[in-house]
Design a binder for this molecule. Sequence first.
Ligand code: RM4
Length: 267
Amino acid sequence: MPPHYLLTSKIAAITGGTTGIGRAIALEYIRQGANVAINHLNLPSDAHHKASLLAEATDIKKKDDKAGRLVEVEGDVTKPETGKNLVERAVKEFGRLDIFVNNAGVCQFAEFLDLDHDLFSSTVRINLDGAFYSCQAAARQMAAQGDGGSIIAVSSISALVGGGMQTHYTPTKAGVLSLMQSMAVALGKYKIRCNALLPGTIKTQLNDEDLNDDKKREYMESRIPLGRTGEPSDMAGPAVFLACQELSGYVNGAQLLVDGGLFVNLQ
Ligand code: RM4
């Protein structure tokens, strides 16, 4: 997307920002002029993703001085202090917080009858507990600043429909959507807008194994009216829209499906 500098001078923080949807949003935000602090778990397997993200962000900034900068901070979102540390890093580096994107999440596909306690518990702690703690830390900062802000949570089409191999996952995404709805009510008096993005089948690490199954991928593609599964970059524009006060200043408590038409196609 060509930069229109829709987020110039804004400061954003994003959880799970080194891969997938979080990465795509972080890079688009800096293209649009925002300065961005991203959180990541600093997994050894993730080191090259972090390095390539920082390199790509530096290249964007080198080619366009109106672009923003990106900094990173590690942390496990299941720990309440991680969200607070991410917000503090953004404020220390860039001076304030205007936009917060709760993106960190996991989905390990599993048969319901075989699903063990650890997988269920870790999915809830990362996807739902992590969202609560991180968004609460962001809201506290925005409320203290006194001039509003935008909080965006990456929920899922799975907040609205079931998934046979996702019985541990879909409730967390429904919970994230509900969290945005209640935060929208609680934080309106601070002029903080809270909205949910609901990705459909976007090709990320969460489902690369699932979509490597040709039959599953062809089935999903056949059900999507636009005829293709999504790319993480398909989430960037909607995330810019919800972040940009001039474009979505009266959008609060909303859910924005980004699914190529999958949800409405019951054929
Ligand atoms: C989404 C949806 C997609 C799946 C991802 C991991 O909620 O179910 O089909 O690929 O989760």
